[in-house]
Design a protein around this ligand. Structure first.
Ligand SMILES: [Zn+2]
Length: 448
Protein backbone atom coordinates (compact mmCIF):
# COMPACT_ATOMS: atom_id res chain seq x y z
CA UNK A 1 0.00 0.00 0.00
CA UNK A 2 1.37 3.36 -0.99
CA UNK A 3 1.47 5.89 1.77
CA UNK A 4 3.94 8.32 0.22
CA UNK A 5 2.74 11.70 -0.91
CA UNK A 6 4.96 14.32 -2.53
CA UNK A 7 3.90 17.94 -2.68
CA UNK A 8 5.80 19.56 -5.51
CA UNK A 9 5.81 23.03 -7.00
CA UNK A 10 4.74 24.68 -3.75
CA UNK A 11 5.66 27.79 -1.84
CA UNK A 12 6.64 26.46 1.59
CA UNK A 13 5.93 28.38 4.79
CA UNK A 14 7.61 26.17 7.36
CA UNK A 15 5.98 27.69 10.45
CA UNK A 16 9.16 29.07 12.03
CA UNK A 17 8.61 32.57 10.72
CA UNK A 18 11.32 32.23 8.05
CA UNK A 19 10.31 33.55 4.61
CA UNK A 20 8.40 31.14 2.37
CA UNK A 21 10.51 29.38 -0.26
CA UNK A 22 9.89 27.31 -3.31
CA UNK A 23 10.29 23.58 -2.96
CA UNK A 24 8.88 20.12 -2.31
CA UNK A 25 7.72 18.12 0.70
CA UNK A 26 7.58 14.34 1.00
CA UNK A 27 5.25 12.60 3.44
CA UNK A 28 5.39 8.95 4.38
CA UNK A 29 2.77 7.43 6.67
CA UNK A 30 2.12 10.06 9.32
CA UNK A 31 5.34 12.06 9.07
CA UNK A 32 7.18 14.46 6.83
CA UNK A 33 10.33 12.65 5.81
CA UNK A 34 11.95 15.13 3.45
CA UNK A 35 11.75 18.83 2.62
CA UNK A 36 13.67 20.17 -0.37
CA UNK A 37 14.35 23.77 -1.34
CA UNK A 38 14.33 24.34 -5.13
CA UNK A 39 16.18 23.41 -7.23
CA UNK A 40 16.59 20.34 -5.01
CA UNK A 41 13.84 17.74 -5.20
CA UNK A 42 12.46 15.10 -2.88
CA UNK A 43 12.59 11.39 -3.74
CA UNK A 44 9.20 10.98 -5.33
CA UNK A 45 9.40 7.37 -6.52
CA UNK A 46 6.28 5.46 -5.56
CA UNK A 47 4.60 8.55 -4.25
CA UNK A 48 1.33 10.15 -5.12
CA UNK A 49 2.49 13.50 -6.47
CA UNK A 50 0.40 16.56 -5.81
CA UNK A 51 1.47 19.47 -7.98
CA UNK A 52 0.63 22.62 -6.05
CA UNK A 53 1.16 24.84 -9.12
CA UNK A 54 2.73 27.48 -6.97
CA UNK A 55 0.21 27.24 -4.18
CA UNK A 56 1.07 27.89 -0.55
CA UNK A 57 1.96 24.95 1.68
CA UNK A 58 1.87 25.50 5.42
CA UNK A 59 1.56 23.52 8.64
CA UNK A 60 -1.93 22.79 9.95
CA UNK A 61 -3.10 25.41 12.42
CA UNK A 62 -3.83 25.07 16.15
CA UNK A 63 -6.84 26.72 17.75
CA UNK A 64 -5.72 27.48 21.30
CA UNK A 65 -9.08 28.19 22.93
CA UNK A 66 -12.09 26.34 21.53
CA UNK A 67 -15.51 25.57 22.91
CA UNK A 68 -16.88 23.01 20.46
CA UNK A 69 -20.02 22.66 22.58
CA UNK A 70 -21.00 26.30 22.05
CA UNK A 71 -23.73 26.13 19.47
CA UNK A 72 -23.55 29.27 17.33
CA UNK A 73 -26.50 30.80 19.21
CA UNK A 74 -26.81 34.37 20.47
CA UNK A 75 -26.86 33.55 24.20
CA UNK A 76 -25.06 31.55 26.85
CA UNK A 77 -28.37 30.06 28.03
CA UNK A 78 -29.01 28.56 24.58
CA UNK A 79 -25.87 26.47 24.96
CA UNK A 80 -27.10 24.83 28.11
CA UNK A 81 -30.64 24.24 26.90
CA UNK A 82 -29.37 21.87 24.20
CA UNK A 83 -29.99 18.32 25.50
CA UNK A 84 -26.87 16.18 25.93
CA UNK A 85 -27.66 13.79 23.08
CA UNK A 86 -28.03 16.55 20.47
CA UNK A 87 -25.11 18.33 22.09
CA UNK A 88 -22.72 15.45 21.52
CA UNK A 89 -23.72 15.22 17.85
CA UNK A 90 -23.25 18.97 17.52
CA UNK A 91 -19.69 18.67 18.83
CA UNK A 92 -18.94 15.92 16.32
CA UNK A 93 -20.17 18.08 13.43
CA UNK A 94 -18.25 21.11 14.63
CA UNK A 95 -15.02 19.13 14.93
CA UNK A 96 -15.19 18.34 11.22
CA UNK A 97 -15.84 21.99 10.44
CA UNK A 98 -12.59 22.92 12.19
CA UNK A 99 -10.59 20.31 10.33
CA UNK A 100 -12.02 21.43 6.98
CA UNK A 101 -10.96 24.99 7.80
CA UNK A 102 -7.37 23.94 8.41
CA UNK A 103 -7.39 23.64 12.21
CA UNK A 104 -5.64 20.31 12.61
CA UNK A 105 -5.13 20.74 16.36
CA UNK A 106 -7.23 22.35 19.05
CA UNK A 107 -7.33 22.91 22.78
CA UNK A 108 -10.75 22.47 24.35
CA UNK A 109 -11.07 25.51 26.56
CA UNK A 110 -14.07 24.11 28.44
CA UNK A 111 -17.05 21.96 27.61
CA UNK A 112 -20.59 23.04 28.40
CA UNK A 113 -21.47 19.65 29.87
CA UNK A 114 -19.15 17.43 31.89
CA UNK A 115 -17.99 14.84 29.36
CA UNK A 116 -18.55 16.40 25.92
CA UNK A 117 -14.88 17.23 25.31
CA UNK A 118 -13.54 13.93 26.61
CA UNK A 119 -15.93 11.80 24.57
CA UNK A 120 -15.22 13.85 21.46
CA UNK A 121 -11.45 13.58 21.90
CA UNK A 122 -11.67 9.82 22.36
CA UNK A 123 -13.85 9.40 19.26
CA UNK A 124 -11.49 11.49 17.12
CA UNK A 125 -8.44 9.62 18.38
CA UNK A 126 -10.15 6.29 17.69
CA UNK A 127 -10.75 7.35 14.08
CA UNK A 128 -14.51 7.24 14.50
CA UNK A 129 -15.02 10.82 13.32
CA UNK A 130 -12.84 13.40 11.61
CA UNK A 131 -11.60 16.24 13.78
CA UNK A 132 -8.52 18.08 14.94
CA UNK A 133 -6.07 16.38 17.30
CA UNK A 134 -7.68 17.51 20.46
CA UNK A 135 -6.98 18.14 24.12
CA UNK A 136 -10.10 17.89 26.23
CA UNK A 137 -11.09 20.44 28.83
CA UNK A 138 -13.26 20.22 31.90
CA UNK A 139 -16.36 22.32 32.31
CA UNK A 140 -15.59 25.83 33.47
CA UNK A 141 -14.86 25.56 37.16
CA UNK A 142 -16.47 28.68 38.55
CA UNK A 143 -17.94 30.14 41.71
CA UNK A 144 -21.27 31.47 42.87
CA UNK A 145 -22.43 34.36 40.70
CA UNK A 146 -19.46 34.19 38.33
CA UNK A 147 -19.25 33.31 34.64
CA UNK A 148 -20.77 29.84 34.22
CA UNK A 149 -23.24 30.04 37.13
CA UNK A 150 -26.53 30.39 35.26
CA UNK A 151 -28.86 29.44 38.10
CA UNK A 152 -31.63 31.84 39.04
CA UNK A 153 -32.55 32.84 42.59
CA UNK A 154 -35.81 30.86 42.34
CA UNK A 155 -34.43 28.04 40.16
CA UNK A 156 -31.28 26.72 41.75
CA UNK A 157 -30.92 23.75 39.41
CA UNK A 158 -27.26 23.09 38.76
CA UNK A 159 -28.14 21.81 35.27
CA UNK A 160 -28.86 25.41 34.27
CA UNK A 161 -25.15 26.23 34.60
CA UNK A 162 -22.57 25.47 31.95
CA UNK A 163 -19.95 25.74 34.68
CA UNK A 164 -19.22 23.60 37.71
CA UNK A 165 -20.11 26.00 40.51
CA UNK A 166 -17.81 25.65 43.53
CA UNK A 167 -17.42 27.56 46.75
CA UNK A 168 -14.40 26.97 48.93
CA UNK A 169 -11.31 24.80 48.43
CA UNK A 170 -13.00 21.46 49.19
CA UNK A 171 -15.63 21.98 46.51
CA UNK A 172 -12.88 22.91 44.07
CA UNK A 173 -11.04 19.74 45.01
CA UNK A 174 -14.13 17.62 44.38
CA UNK A 175 -14.82 19.29 41.05
CA UNK A 176 -11.20 18.91 39.92
CA UNK A 177 -11.10 15.23 40.86
CA UNK A 178 -14.43 14.58 39.16
CA UNK A 179 -13.19 15.99 35.85
CA UNK A 180 -9.91 14.16 36.21
CA UNK A 181 -11.94 10.97 36.74
CA UNK A 182 -13.74 11.70 33.47
CA UNK A 183 -10.39 11.94 31.68
CA UNK A 184 -9.78 15.60 30.89
CA UNK A 185 -6.37 16.79 29.70
CA UNK A 186 -6.65 20.04 31.63
CA UNK A 187 -8.82 21.85 34.14
CA UNK A 188 -10.40 25.16 33.16
CA UNK A 189 -11.18 27.77 35.80
CA UNK A 190 -12.95 31.11 35.46
CA UNK A 191 -10.73 33.45 37.44
CA UNK A 192 -12.28 36.71 36.26
CA UNK A 193 -15.67 38.11 35.43
CA UNK A 194 -17.20 38.59 31.99
CA UNK A 195 -19.57 41.42 31.12
CA UNK A 196 -22.13 39.34 29.26
CA UNK A 197 -22.44 37.11 32.33
CA UNK A 198 -23.06 40.05 34.64
CA UNK A 199 -19.78 40.11 36.56
CA UNK A 200 -17.35 42.82 35.44
CA UNK A 201 -14.28 41.55 33.60
CA UNK A 202 -11.99 43.34 36.04
CA UNK A 203 -13.32 41.38 39.01
CA UNK A 204 -11.50 38.31 40.30
CA UNK A 205 -14.02 36.17 42.19
CA UNK A 206 -11.75 33.36 43.40
CA UNK A 207 -9.90 33.47 46.70
CA UNK A 208 -6.25 32.53 46.78
CA UNK A 209 -6.80 29.28 48.71
CA UNK A 210 -9.33 28.14 46.10
CA UNK A 211 -6.90 28.66 43.21
CA UNK A 212 -4.15 27.00 45.23
CA UNK A 213 -6.36 23.95 45.74
CA UNK A 214 -7.03 23.67 42.01
CA UNK A 215 -3.30 23.88 41.28
CA UNK A 216 -2.50 21.33 43.96
CA UNK A 217 -4.96 18.79 42.56
CA UNK A 218 -3.87 19.40 38.95
CA UNK A 219 -0.28 18.83 39.98
CA UNK A 220 -1.11 15.70 41.95
CA UNK A 221 -2.69 14.11 38.88
CA UNK A 222 -0.32 15.56 36.29
CA UNK A 223 -2.95 17.70 34.58
CA UNK A 224 -2.55 21.09 32.96
CA UNK A 225 -4.69 24.14 33.73
CA UNK A 226 -6.31 26.90 31.71
CA UNK A 227 -8.03 30.03 32.96
CA UNK A 228 -10.53 32.62 31.87
CA UNK A 229 -8.47 35.56 33.12
CA UNK A 230 -9.46 39.05 31.98
CA UNK A 231 -8.59 40.95 35.17
CA UNK A 232 -5.05 41.84 36.07
CA UNK A 233 -5.28 39.96 39.38
CA UNK A 234 -6.47 36.81 37.62
CA UNK A 235 -3.45 36.90 35.29
CA UNK A 236 -1.23 37.14 38.37
CA UNK A 237 -3.05 34.18 39.91
CA UNK A 238 -2.24 32.23 36.74
CA UNK A 239 1.47 32.92 37.08
CA UNK A 240 1.54 32.38 40.85
CA UNK A 241 -0.19 29.02 40.57
CA UNK A 242 1.34 27.78 37.33
CA UNK A 243 -1.82 28.00 35.21
CA UNK A 244 -0.16 27.59 31.86
CA UNK A 245 -2.90 28.65 29.45
CA UNK A 246 -4.05 32.19 30.09
CA UNK A 247 -7.19 33.18 28.21
CA UNK A 248 -7.87 36.88 27.52
CA UNK A 249 -5.49 38.82 29.84
CA UNK A 250 -7.06 42.08 28.68
CA UNK A 251 -6.41 44.10 31.82
CA UNK A 252 -2.95 42.76 32.72
CA UNK A 253 -1.05 45.66 34.29
CA UNK A 254 2.72 46.16 34.13
CA UNK A 255 3.29 43.97 37.16
CA UNK A 256 1.24 41.16 35.58
CA UNK A 257 3.16 41.58 32.32
CA UNK A 258 6.47 41.42 34.21
CA UNK A 259 5.37 38.21 35.88
CA UNK A 260 4.21 36.68 32.57
CA UNK A 261 7.40 37.73 30.81
CA UNK A 262 9.55 36.19 33.53
CA UNK A 263 7.72 32.88 32.94
CA UNK A 264 7.16 33.23 29.21
CA UNK A 265 8.58 29.81 28.39
CA UNK A 266 5.78 28.28 30.43
CA UNK A 267 2.71 30.36 29.62
CA UNK A 268 0.60 30.81 26.51
CA UNK A 269 -1.89 33.61 26.04
CA UNK A 270 -4.92 33.02 23.82
CA UNK A 271 -6.73 36.33 24.10
CA UNK A 272 -9.82 35.46 22.08
CA UNK A 273 -9.69 39.00 20.79
CA UNK A 274 -12.24 38.10 18.13
CA UNK A 275 -14.87 37.99 20.85
CA UNK A 276 -14.21 41.61 21.87
CA UNK A 277 -14.13 42.84 18.27
CA UNK A 278 -17.14 40.97 16.99
CA UNK A 279 -19.25 41.63 20.08
CA UNK A 280 -18.47 45.34 19.83
CA UNK A 281 -18.88 45.79 16.07
CA UNK A 282 -20.69 42.81 14.55
CA UNK A 283 -23.48 41.79 16.94
CA UNK A 284 -26.06 44.51 16.23
CA UNK A 285 -28.33 41.99 14.50
CA UNK A 286 -28.59 40.22 17.86
CA UNK A 287 -29.31 43.35 19.87
CA UNK A 288 -25.75 44.23 20.83
CA UNK A 289 -25.23 47.46 18.91
CA UNK A 290 -21.97 49.34 19.27
CA UNK A 291 -23.60 51.55 21.86
CA UNK A 292 -24.91 48.55 23.81
CA UNK A 293 -21.44 46.98 23.65
CA UNK A 294 -19.99 50.24 24.90
CA UNK A 295 -22.40 50.30 27.84
CA UNK A 296 -21.61 46.65 28.62
CA UNK A 297 -17.91 47.51 28.73
CA UNK A 298 -16.68 45.60 25.68
CA UNK A 299 -15.55 48.58 23.64
CA UNK A 300 -13.38 49.86 26.47
CA UNK A 301 -12.03 46.37 27.12
CA UNK A 302 -11.11 46.03 23.43
CA UNK A 303 -9.16 49.30 23.53
CA UNK A 304 -7.31 48.32 26.70
CA UNK A 305 -6.74 44.72 25.56
CA UNK A 306 -5.26 45.97 22.29
CA UNK A 307 -2.69 48.04 24.22
CA UNK A 308 -1.98 45.23 26.68
CA UNK A 309 -1.49 42.66 23.95
CA UNK A 310 0.79 44.94 21.95
CA UNK A 311 3.03 45.23 25.00
CA UNK A 312 2.84 41.50 25.56
CA UNK A 313 3.82 40.77 21.97
CA UNK A 314 6.82 43.13 22.22
CA UNK A 315 7.93 41.31 25.36
CA UNK A 316 8.01 38.03 23.47
CA UNK A 317 5.12 36.41 25.34
CA UNK A 318 3.51 33.81 23.10
CA UNK A 319 0.06 34.90 21.88
CA UNK A 320 -2.00 32.32 20.00
CA UNK A 321 -5.08 32.62 17.81
CA UNK A 322 -8.53 31.36 18.55
CA UNK A 323 -10.97 31.81 21.33
CA UNK A 324 -14.66 31.80 22.01
CA UNK A 325 -15.89 31.18 18.48
CA UNK A 326 -19.27 29.47 18.50
CA UNK A 327 -21.58 32.43 19.02
CA UNK A 328 -24.10 33.66 16.47
CA UNK A 329 -21.93 36.65 15.56
CA UNK A 330 -18.75 34.57 15.36
CA UNK A 331 -19.71 31.05 14.31
CA UNK A 332 -17.34 28.09 14.45
CA UNK A 333 -15.11 27.92 11.41
CA UNK A 334 -14.51 31.65 11.10
CA UNK A 335 -11.69 31.45 13.66
CA UNK A 336 -8.97 32.52 11.23
CA UNK A 337 -10.39 36.04 11.47
CA UNK A 338 -8.16 36.20 14.54
CA UNK A 339 -5.07 36.30 12.32
CA UNK A 340 -5.95 39.63 10.72
CA UNK A 341 -7.13 40.89 14.13
CA UNK A 342 -3.66 40.06 15.47
CA UNK A 343 -2.17 42.29 12.78
CA UNK A 344 -4.68 45.10 13.24
CA UNK A 345 -5.02 45.11 17.03
CA UNK A 346 -1.79 43.58 18.38
CA UNK A 347 0.73 44.81 15.84
CA UNK A 348 1.89 41.43 14.57
CA UNK A 349 3.19 41.02 11.05
CA UNK A 350 1.25 38.48 8.94
CA UNK A 351 4.25 36.15 9.28
CA UNK A 352 4.10 36.43 13.08
CA UNK A 353 0.36 35.72 13.01
CA UNK A 354 0.93 32.56 10.96
CA UNK A 355 3.78 31.47 13.21
CA UNK A 356 1.45 31.88 16.18
CA UNK A 357 -1.09 29.61 14.49
CA UNK A 358 1.47 26.94 13.56
CA UNK A 359 4.73 26.53 15.46
CA UNK A 360 3.34 28.07 18.65
CA UNK A 361 0.46 25.65 18.18
CA UNK A 362 2.86 22.71 18.31
CA UNK A 363 4.22 24.15 21.54
CA UNK A 364 0.86 24.56 23.27
CA UNK A 365 -0.04 21.01 22.19
CA UNK A 366 3.17 19.96 24.02
CA UNK A 367 4.67 18.61 20.81
CA UNK A 368 7.17 21.38 19.97
CA UNK A 369 9.56 19.05 18.20
CA UNK A 370 7.03 17.24 16.04
CA UNK A 371 4.07 19.50 15.40
CA UNK A 372 3.50 22.90 13.81
CA UNK A 373 6.36 23.03 11.33
CA UNK A 374 7.10 21.66 7.87
CA UNK A 375 10.31 19.93 8.67
CA UNK A 376 11.65 16.39 8.28
CA UNK A 377 10.54 14.26 11.21
CA UNK A 378 7.49 16.36 12.03
CA UNK A 379 3.95 15.00 11.92
CA UNK A 380 2.36 15.58 8.53
CA UNK A 381 -0.29 18.17 9.41
CA UNK A 382 -0.30 20.16 6.19
CA UNK A 383 -2.51 22.67 4.39
CA UNK A 384 -2.43 23.58 0.70
CA UNK A 385 -3.80 27.08 0.21
CA UNK A 386 -4.88 28.73 -3.02
CA UNK A 387 -3.19 32.12 -2.78
CA UNK A 388 -0.67 33.56 -0.37
CA UNK A 389 -2.03 34.12 3.15
CA UNK A 390 0.95 36.34 3.91
CA UNK A 391 -0.49 38.80 1.40
CA UNK A 392 -4.08 38.23 2.52
CA UNK A 393 -4.78 36.43 5.78
CA UNK A 394 -8.50 36.39 4.96
CA UNK A 395 -7.81 33.51 2.54
CA UNK A 396 -7.73 31.28 5.60
CA UNK A 397 -11.34 32.16 6.40
CA UNK A 398 -12.49 31.04 2.93
CA UNK A 399 -13.23 27.30 2.60
CA UNK A 400 -12.70 27.52 -1.16
CA UNK A 401 -9.09 28.64 -0.66
CA UNK A 402 -8.23 25.77 1.67
CA UNK A 403 -7.62 23.22 -1.08
CA UNK A 404 -6.21 20.37 0.95
CA UNK A 405 -6.09 19.42 4.62
CA UNK A 406 -3.85 16.64 5.87
CA UNK A 407 -3.60 15.49 9.49
CA UNK A 408 -1.18 12.77 10.57
CA UNK A 409 -0.45 12.08 6.91
CA UNK A 410 -4.12 11.40 6.14
CA UNK A 411 -5.91 13.66 3.67
CA UNK A 412 -9.25 14.77 5.11
CA UNK A 413 -10.14 17.39 2.55
CA UNK A 414 -8.92 17.33 -1.01
CA UNK A 415 -10.11 19.80 -3.62
CA UNK A 416 -7.09 19.24 -5.83
CA UNK A 417 -9.17 16.69 -7.79
CA UNK A 418 -11.52 19.44 -8.89
CA UNK A 419 -8.76 21.78 -9.94
CA UNK A 420 -8.81 22.41 -13.73
CA UNK A 421 -7.44 19.77 -16.15
CA UNK A 422 -3.96 21.15 -16.28
CA UNK A 423 -3.71 20.93 -12.58
CA UNK A 424 -1.49 18.42 -12.12
CA UNK A 425 -2.36 15.76 -9.88
CA UNK A 426 -0.30 12.77 -11.00
CA UNK A 427 -0.84 9.42 -9.55
CA UNK A 428 2.51 7.76 -9.86
CA UNK A 429 1.98 5.21 -7.17
CA UNK A 430 -0.93 2.91 -6.62
CA UNK A 431 -3.77 2.82 -4.26
CA UNK A 432 -3.36 5.75 -1.92
CA UNK A 433 -5.50 5.24 1.18
CA UNK A 434 -7.56 8.37 1.66
CA UNK A 435 -8.03 7.60 5.31
CA UNK A 436 -9.10 5.09 7.87
CA UNK A 437 -12.31 3.31 7.00
CA UNK A 438 -14.23 4.80 9.92
CA UNK A 439 -13.31 8.31 8.97
CA UNK A 440 -14.20 7.67 5.35
CA UNK A 441 -17.65 6.53 6.46
CA UNK A 442 -18.16 9.59 8.59
CA UNK A 443 -17.19 11.88 5.76
CA UNK A 444 -19.51 10.09 3.35
CA UNK A 445 -22.34 10.44 5.88
CA UNK A 446 -21.66 14.14 6.29
CA UNK A 447 -21.69 14.65 2.51
CA UNK A 448 -24.94 12.70 2.08
ZN1 LIG B 1 -13.34 30.97 26.38
Amino acid sequence: MNTRIAFINVSIFDGTGAPAYYGEVLVECKRIIEVARAPDRVAREGARVIDGRGRFLMPGMTEAHTHFSWNDQPSLAAIQFMPPEEHMLWCVRVAKRYLDMGWTSAIGAAAAKPRLDVVLRNAINAGEFPGPRYLAGSQEITTVGALGDNTLPHMKFEELSFGSVCCGPEEIRKSARTFIKYGVDHLKVNLSGEYIAGLPAEMSPFAEDEVAMLAQEAKRYGKRMAAHARSSESVKQCVRHGIEMVYHASFADDEALDMLEAAKDKHFVAPGIGWLIRTTYHAAEYGITESVATTMGYKRELEIASETLRKMHKRGIRILPGGDYGFAWMPHGTNANDLQYFVDYIGMTPTEALRAATSFGGQIMQMPNELGQLKAGFLADILLIDGNPLDNLALLTDPACINLVMKDGIIYKDCTMTMPEDAALHLLGADFPLQEEGVRGAIAAEAA
